[in-house]
Design a protein around this ligand. Structure first.
Ligand code: NDP
Ligand code: 2IT
Length: 446
């Protein structure tokens, strides 16, 4: 078995030598899915996984724009259209200097399985640019977004490919992108999700990823008759996902001890309550500042520069910043300190050897493609509302989100249950695979 898996991974490696993040994501899926394919005749011999790792289409384009000093800037834009077997391409846009094809292909590949798990009809895609919004004025961001969309608009559409936000792309950027799309096409359609509520957005979409991570984690804890009450939780990141994960945990009676950004983390031993979280939201969303400004308001807390929070003693850890932010040493430290549950809010935040350590220690471990699927799930609900030309209430959307996270958890149990343990990684990978593979086989070799 190991030989067959390694042959497959080598084949993918030979075609994608300079794409370590993409190979990392493919390798994890291959280890779970290939043994399943071999055991199930309908998939055997169809080369479905080999087809899935080849994007249906990748577009890469120049994004030229003029900054506030009237200098011409050039960035690179991308859209990776990975798989449309079960629906139009769907996935976020990331604006960050680290963006390259490897990162977007890993994200688009993960998105295939995540979107399949949501129960909604969405294929997998991802895009973005190496543009760095940090330190840029609103008008610079607007000019960049307009230039980016002036090329992207010909590749997307409400029935073709529907982008949304990710790192560096929030409501401000979605607004500028939508405005330019509408102007170019002269059409008001649901081509992007994460829109403002007064112009086609869904209630709860900003909260959905963070809330969803907490709902999924709650489902895992419930299996062990545990809840969030009085549990010490450490969170990394202080962006969209981290903020709403923190809010939901606080409301469920948990104690949030840390939040972070790329400059370091804050540790508040008294717990970050809703009022303190409000301050963090102002610092990050309105002032577009750094997390250490928290100390200005709460001087008794601690700021650790250029560090990650994983050495703080906790019950539950939610990595909500970025890929590969939690390695094997961090995992060892967490387990040693008594942490018994990890819920990935970010995409692929734990390295493969960290995950192996968690699984070997029978830690409750939720992989991002299951636990952070609430964001894209509510994006799917936003698409449904746009098609209906109707809006559901906050309560209705929240209830649907809870149900979807419950169903994803249930799907993980189907394929992930082992003796006295649930391997959610295996469960999510196989459950996500089956639906897409069935559709691909039904649609022939395309
Ligand atoms: P935001 O841009 O809102 O926030 C990102 C946060 O992570 C910030 O605190 C940022 O710090 C930090 N961060 C980003 N890059 C790095 C890095 N290289 N090293 C350390 N810290 C970093 O993004 P989101 O909250 O939307 O996304 C966070 C994660 O969740 C990503 O992995 C994303 O793919 C994933 N995700 C997002 C979804 C969504 O709906 N938004 C849905 C599902 C997954 P700083 O402010 O200093 O940059
Ligand atoms: O990684 C993700 O699932 C997202 N960034 C959200 C994608 C979406 O289309 O809402």
């Amino acid at each position: 078995m190991e030989k067959i898996i390694n042959n497959f991974i080598n084949q993918v490696y030979n075609r994608n030598k300079n794409e370590p993040e993409f190979l990392q994501a493919v390798s994890e899926v291959a280890h779970n899915v290939i043994p399943f394919i071999i055991k199930n005749e309908i998939y055997y011999g169809q080369n479905v996984l080999l087809r899935m790792v080849e994007p249906e289409r990748v577009v890469s384009f120049r994004v030229a724009w003029i900054d506030d000093n009237e200098e011409i800037q050039v960035n690179r834009g991308y859209r990776v259209e990975m798989n449309s077997a079960i629906g139009p391409y769907k996935g976020g846009l990331r604006f960050h200097p680290s963006v390259n094809l490897s990162i977007l292909k890993f994200l688009a590949f993960e998105q295939i399985f995540k979107n399949s798990l949501t129960t909604l009809p969405m294929g997998g895609g991802k895009g973005g640019s190496d543009f760095n919004p940090k330190g840029r004025s609103d008008t610079e961001v607007m000019r960049f977004c307009q230039s980016f969309m002036t090329e992207l608009f010909r590749h997307i559409g409400p029935n073709r490919d529907i982008p949304a936000g990710d790192i560096g792309v929030g409501s401000r950027e979605i607004g500028y992108l939508f405005g330019q799309y509408k102007r170019l096409k002269n059409e008001f359609t649901g081509v992007l999700t994460g829109k403002g509520v007064s112009w086609g957005g869904s209630l709860i979409r900003p909260e959905a990823t963070g809330y969803g991570v907490v709902y999924f984690t709650q489902n895992m804890l419930k299996e062990k008759n545990i809840d969030f009450k009085n549990k010490k939780v450490i969170i990394s990141g202080s962006g969209n996902v981290a903020q709403y994960a923190a809010e939901k945990i606080i409301k469920m009676g948990g104690i949030v001890l840390t939040m972070s950004d790329s400059s370091g983390y804050v540790f508040d031993k008294d717990g970050i309550d809703l009022e303190k979280l409000e301050k963090i939201m102002t610092i990050k969303n309105i002032d577009r500042g750094r997390i250490d400004q928290y100390l200005k308001y709460y001087p008794k807390s601690i700021f650790k520069k250029n560090s990650k929070p994983w050495n703080i003693k906790c019950d539950i850890a939610l990595p909500c910043a970025t890929e590969n932010e939690l390695d094997k040493n961090n995992a060892k430290e967490l387990v040693k300190n008594g942490c018994f549950c990890i819920g990935e809010g970010a995409n692929m935040p734990c390295t493969p050897d960290a995950i192996e350590l968690f699984l070997n220690n029978k830690i409750l471990f939720a992989p991002g493609k299951a636990s952070n699927a609430g964001g894209v799930a509510v994006s799917g609900l936003e698409m449904a509302q746009n098609s209906l030309r109707y809006n559901w209430s906050r309560e209705e959307v929240d209830e649907k989100l809870k149900n979807i996270m419950f169903e994803i958890h249930k799907s993980c149990l189907i394929y992930g249950k082992e003796k006295n343990y649930v391997n959610y990684v295996k469960g999510a990978n196989i459950a996500g695979f089956v639906k897409v593979a069935d559709a691909m086989i039904a649609q022939g070799v395309v």
